[in-house]
Design a protein around this ligand. Structure first.
Ligand SMILES: Cc1ncc(COP(=O)(O)O)c(C=O)c1O
Length: 394
């Protein structure tokens, strides 16, 4: 008879290391259990209204109702998902069509990033991806799990709360032809810091001269300066360079988070091999993406009235975030740079001890690296927030 130990030794899964729990999701539980009335949830990255809610957008609700009424079948779509969704979304992202772009629907921006990473790994096994620090914590695991190598370059200087562009360019001096450069298209997570137009041109020239492939993560179009303005840098890069990869998320700008709506586009001279490989990869990973959210986005973008209402609500969301940015910046000299940054996030110069103390003593919940979701604040509670953080802002 086998002893228990022997069974454990032979366990198929015995070699797996225990994984740390997701710190941000852990924060949700702690926040819920906190019964202090003035508590602030600045952790998880979702838009919130004045009442702290993450509402279903009006146009999305209307499109969902329409879908329930009119959808006649749930039969399979292909690996590319909803083709019309991708066409309509391409207009939002790129303005005009391009015969150099190939796009497919993906499960969220995460799925788009992973599919793009898999395509690169298939084309150039073991290629190196350059990632600025800090970045969204899921970036490195997505590329690493697809078999790519990660190199980091300096990006944001926490002390001055600004991009250190010279340091970034210096670090990228080490990049080799065939490497990939990951870029946030707008609304950088976690810093909110964006490149100037001149810096974007320098990046385009750098990619061209060193033979780097730009991989643009556009997860927040419309939440920075507007739908057109937020896509401008990406569009300029696509014009300037022959090849690029774009991972797009509709989960924030349509408020569809759990529905998992996104798309991946690849710009290349010959689109057919790219398309065939994208579909083959999608087929072996998720077969086909979930339909509901993409069908909703299609309905919204197809209908002029719904589209206008979506754009108006998105404008209001952005105005709320930028109003809070201005108010925060005016509240403390150390937070002044927040006014000029964009998107839902700001990275405060707070160590883990300060983050922990703010949670314990003031009921202010934020990510362990000092990232706050600005949309979690209100004009009313900013003074209380400042009272909490001011002692820790040197
Ligand atoms: C920079 C960035 N890229 C991609 C994503 C992925 O978004 P999705 O929820 O659509 O997978 C996020 C989500 O937080 C993000 O912040």
């Amino acid at each position: 008879m086998l002893t228990h130990d022997l069974v454990a030794d032979r366990s198929f899964f015995g070699g797996l290391a225990v994984q740390p729990a997701d710190a941000l999701l852990g924060l949700i539980g702690l926040y819920r259990a906190d019964d202090r009335p003035g508590k602030m949830d600045l952790g998880v990255g979702m838009f919130r209204d004045d009442l702290g809610r993450t509402p279903v957008m009006r146009a999305v609700k209307a499109a969902e109702a329409q879908l329930v009424e009119t959808q006649a079948t749930k039969s399979y779509l292909g690996a590319e998902g909803d083709v019309r969704f991708a066409e309509l979304l391409a207009e939002v992202a790129f303005g005009t069509g391009s015969d150099r772009l190939t796009g497919v629907q993906t499960p969220g921006g995460t799925g788009a990033l992973r599919l793009g990473a898999e395509l690169i790994a298939r084309s150039r096994p073991g290629a190196t991806v350059w990632i600025g620090t800090p970045t969204w914590p899921n970036h490195a695991p997505i590329f690493r799990d697809a078999g790519l190598a990660i190199q980091t370059h300096r990006f944001f200087d926490v002390a001055s709360a600004a991009i250190d562009f010279d340091a970034m360019v210096e670090d990228l001096g080490e990049a080799q032809a065939g490497d990939v450069l990951l870029l946030h298209g707008c609304c950088h997570n976690p810093t909110g810091a964006g490149f100037t137009g001149a810096q974007w041109w320098d990046i385009a020239r750098l990619c061209e001269s060193r033979g780097l492939l730009p991989f643009i993560d556009l997860a927040y179009q419309g939440l920075g300066d507007g739908l057109e303005a937020d896509a401008a840098a990406m569009r300029a890069l696509l014009k300037a360079l022959p090849e690029a990869v774009i991972a797009y998320s509709c989960d924030k700008n349509f408020g569809l988070y759990r529905e998992r709506v996104g798309a991946l586009w690849v710009q290349s001279a010959s689109t057919e091999p790219v398309r065939g490989n994208l579909l083959a990869l999608a087929r072996s990973i998720w077969s086909m993406p979930p339909d509901h959210g993409a069908a909703v986005v299609r309905l919204v973008l197809e209908d002029p009235a719904l589209r206008a209402d979506w754009a108006a609500e998105l404008d209001a969301m952005r105005a709320r975030i930028n109003g809070l940015r201005a108010a925060l910046a005016a509240s403390h000299p150390r937070l002044e740079t927040i006014a000029g940054q964009r998107g839902m996030f700001a990275l405060l110069p707070l160590g883990p001890d300060a983050v922990e103390a703010l949670r314990r003593e003031h009921g202010i919940y934020m990510a362990g690296n000092g990232r706050i979701n600005i949309a979690g604040l209100t004009l009313e509670n900013i003074p209380a927030f400042i009272v909490g953080v001011a002692p820790y802002l040197s």
